[in-house]
Design a protein around this ligand. Structure first.
Ligand SMILES: *[C@@H]1O[C@H](CO)[C@@H](O)[C@H](O)[C@H]1NC(C)=O
Ligand SMILES: *[C@@H]1O[C@H](CO)[C@@H](O)[C@H](O)[C@H]1NC(C)=O
Ligand SMILES: *[C@@H]1O[C@H](CO)[C@@H](O)[C@H](O)[C@H]1NC(C)=O
Ligand SMILES: *[C@@H]1O[C@H](CO)[C@@H](O)[C@H](O)[C@H]1NC(C)=O
Ligand SMILES: *[C@@H]1O[C@H](CO)[C@@H](O)[C@H](O)[C@H]1NC(C)=O
Ligand SMILES: *[C@@H]1O[C@H](CO)[C@@H](O)[C@H](O)[C@H]1NC(C)=O
Ligand SMILES: [Ca+2]
Length: 468
C-alpha cells in the first residue's frame, strides 16, 4: 500500500510544480497569456480510496492465507517430526533396546490402522447404507482417536483398549463374513473332516510375557484336551539362556492373562539346602504342551518326558528311548528344544530325533497316562533344519524361516499314510524367532512364543468335496 501512496504524492507535487513554473507570453496589449496544461483527469482520489479499501481487504485475506499456510506448515513440520520420531523409535525397537509397553503400543497402533482400513473398505463396499458398519466405523474411529491421544498411556490402559479391540475385531470378522454372503464353513473343533491346512491368518499378538522383553525363550497355550478347562492359559518364560523351565503361571481366564492378574504361580526348582538346588522337576526347552490339566515337557538335563499335574503339582517322568537331548538336535531358531511335545485331535505326540535316524525328526505317539511311546514314525526331515513343528490330525507340519518377518510351513508328514512332502504356507511374524509353536485342536489356533511375545494364528482348513 505504501508505494501507491508515495506515488500519488509525487504526482501531486509535480502538478503543483508545473503550475508554478509555467512559462507565459505577453501580447502587444500587455496581457499576459499563460497556458496551463492540466492533467486529463483531476486526481482520482475516489479511486485511490477504493483501491485503498480493497487493498485493505486483500491484505486481510492474504494475512488469513498466510496464517493458514503457517498453520499448515506447522502441522506438516509436526507430522514430519512425528514421522521421524516414529522411525527412530522403530529403529530402536528393531535394535532391541526399548521398554515393552512402548512396543506394545506400537503394535496396538498397527492393529488399529489395519482395522481402520478394513472398516473403511467395508464401508465403501456397503455404500454407507449399513447401520452396523456405520456404528463400527464410528467405534473404530473413536478408538483410533483414543489411541492417538494416549501418548502418556499406562500398561493397563493399553490392555483395556486391546480387549475392546479384540471384541471389535470379532464383530468386524462376523460382519465381513455376513457381507460376503458366504455360508461360513461348518467348523467342528476336534473333528478331522477336512483336507488339511490351506492357509494361516495374520498373527494376533496377545501380549508380552509377564517377565518382559528379555525373556525371549518360552512357551504358552491352553489345555489341548477336548474335555480340559478351556479358560486356563499357561505361560512359561524360560531362563534367559533358553534352557530351563523353572516357573509357570496359570491364568484362570483370558482376561486375567491380558491384565496380568490373578495368576497361580508354580516354581519347579527345589531348594534342598543352602546353595543346593534340585532341578529334576524343571523342564528343558520350549517344547511344552498342556493336556488334560497336566503340563508335558522334556525334563531338565535328560531324555525323559515329565508330566506335571497342574492340580496336584505331582511330577511323573519316563525315559524317551533313544532320544537325543541337551542341544544335540534342537530347532534352528531355538536351542535346547530337542524334545518337542505336541497334541492334536488324537491326543499327545512327541517330536524328537535319534542318532539312528541321523538327527531327522522322529514322531512318537504318546500315551498321556503312562508316557509310553506307542508308535513311532521316521521322517527324512533334519530336525535342526526346521524352526519348529506341530501336529494337526496326525499330520506333522514343520516351519522354517524365510526372513525376519516371514515364516513358512514347508514340510509335512502324514502318520496315517507315511507320506511326506513339501508345502508352502506363509506365516507373518511380529518378531524374528519362533521359540515355540503348537496347535490346539479345541480352537484351531497355533500358539507361538515369538521372542517373548505371545501370539496366536487361526488355521483355515481345506473343506472336503461334498459327497454327491
Ligand atoms: C520555479 O521557478 C523559480 C523561479 O525561477 C525557481 O526558483 C524554482 O526552483 C522553480 N521550481 C521548480 C520546481 O522548477
Ligand atoms: C519422540 O518420542 C519420545 C519418546 O520416545 C518423546 O519423549 C518425544 O516427546 C517425542 N518427540 C516428538 C516431537 O513427538
Ligand atoms: C465416539 O466418541 C464421541 C465423543 O468422544 C461420543 O460422543 C460417541 O458416543 C462415541 N461413539 C461411539 C460409537 O462410541
Ligand atoms: C492367506 O491368509 C493371508 C492372511 O490372512 C491372506 O493375506 C492371503 O490372501 C490368504 N491366502 C489365500 C490363498 O487364501
Ligand atoms: C484325564 O484326566 C483324568 C483325571 O486325571 C483321567 O481320569 C483321564 O484318564 C485323563 N484322560 C486322558 C485322555 O489322559
Ligand atoms: C494308555 O495305556 C493304558 C495302558 O496300556 C491304556 O489302558 C490306555 O487306554 C492308554 N491310553 C490312551 C489314551 O491310549
Ligand atoms: Ca512345537
Amino acid at each position: 500500500m505504501l508505494p501507491l501512496i508515495i506515488l500519488a504524492v509525487c504526482v501531486l507535487h509535480s502538478h503543483a510544480a508545473s503550475l508554478v513554473n509555467t512559462t507565459g507570453a505577453m501580447d502587444e496589449l500587455g496581457f499576459c497569456h499563460c497556458s496551463v496544461a492540466l492533467p486529463d483527469n483531476t486526481f482520482p482520489a475516489d479511486r485511490l480510496e477504493i483501491l485503498e479499501i480493497s487493498n485493505k481487504d486483500l491484505s486481510i485475506s492474504v494475512q488469513q492465507e498466510i496464517t493458514k499456510m503457517k498453520s499448515y506448515q506447522a502441522t506438516l513440520t509436526e507430522y514430519l517430526l512425528k514421522l521421524k520420531n516414529l522411525t527412530r523409535r522403530v529403529d530402536v525397537i528393531e535394535m532391541g533396546g526399548i521398554a515393552y509397553t512402548e512396543l506394545d503400543f506400537e503394535l496396538l497402533k498397527l492393529e488399529i490402522r489395519e482395522m481402520e482400513s478394513l472398516v473403511i473398505r467395508l464401508r465403501e463396499s456397503m455404500d454407507g447404507s449399513n447401520v452396523l458398519v456405520e456404528t463400527l466405523y464410528t467405534e473404530v474411529h473413536n478408538i483410533s482417536i483414543m489411541v492417538s491421544q494416549l501418548e502418556s498411556y499406562d500398561k493397563n490402559n493399553v490392555l483395556a483398549v486391546r480387549r475392546e479391540i479384540a471384541l471389535l475385531r470379532k464383530r468386524l470378522e462376523d460382519c465381513e463374513k455376513n457381507q460376503n454372503n458366504e455360508v461360513p464353513p461348518q467348523i467342528n473343533y476336534g473333528s478331522c473332516s477336512h483336507g488339511g491346512i490351506v492357509n494361516i491368518s495374520k498373527p494376533f499378538v496377545v501380549q508380552l510375557n509377564w517377565l518382559g522383553f528379555n525373556y525371549k525363550f518360552g512357551a504358552w497355550g491352553k489345555d489341548s484336551y477336548a474335555a480340559g478347562n478351556q479358560d486356563v492359559h499357561w505361560v512359561t518364560p524360560l531362563t534367559t539362556d533358553g534352557r530351563m523351565m523353572n516357573i509357570i503361571r496359570y491364568y484362570p481366564t483370558y482376561d486375567n492373562l491380558l491384565l496380568y492378574k490373578g495368576a497361580t504361580e508354580k516354581v519347579l526348582t527345589k531348594n534342598l539346602a543352602y546353595n543346593n538346588y534340585d532341578y529334576s522337576s524343571c523342564g528343558q526347552g520350549g517344547g511344552i504342551i498342556m493336556f488334560n490339566s497336566s503340563l508335558y515337557y522334556n525334563c531338565y538335563n535328560s531324555r525323559d518326558i515329565c508330566k506335571l499335574n497342574a492340580d496336584t503339582n505331582g511330577v511323573e517322568r519316563k525315559t524317551l528311548t533313544d532320544a537325543t537331548f541337551n542341544n544335540r538336535f534342537s530347532y534352528s531358531s531355538s536351542t535346547w528344544q530337542d524334545i518337542d511335545l505336541a497334541s492334536d485331535e488324537n491326543g499327545l505326540w512327541v517330536i524328537y530325533s535319534t542318532e539312528q535316524n541321523a538327527g531327522n525328526i522322529v514322531i512318537g505317539k504318546l500315551n498321556s497316562s503312562t508316557l509310553v511311546v506307542e508308535k513311532t514314525w521316521m521322517t527324512s526331515q533334519y530336525k535342526p533344519g526346521a524352526t519348529n513343528a506341530f501336529i494337526v490330525c496326525g499330520v506333522l507340519y514343520a516351519t522354517r524361516t524365510l526372513s525376519t518377518r516371514k515364516e513358512e510351513i514347508f514340510y509335512m508328514y502324514d502318520t496315517k499314510t507315511g507320506q511326506e512332502g513339501q508345502i508352502s504356507i506363509i506365516l507373518d511374524k511380529m518378531m524374528e524367532n519362533v521359540q515355540s509353536l503348537s496347535y490346539n485342536p479345541n480352537d484351531h489356533k497355533l500358539y507361538m512364543y515369538n521372542d517373548g511375545y505371545l501370539v496366536t494364528y487361526n488355521i483355515a482348513f481345506k473343506s472336503l468335496p461334498k459327497p454327491v
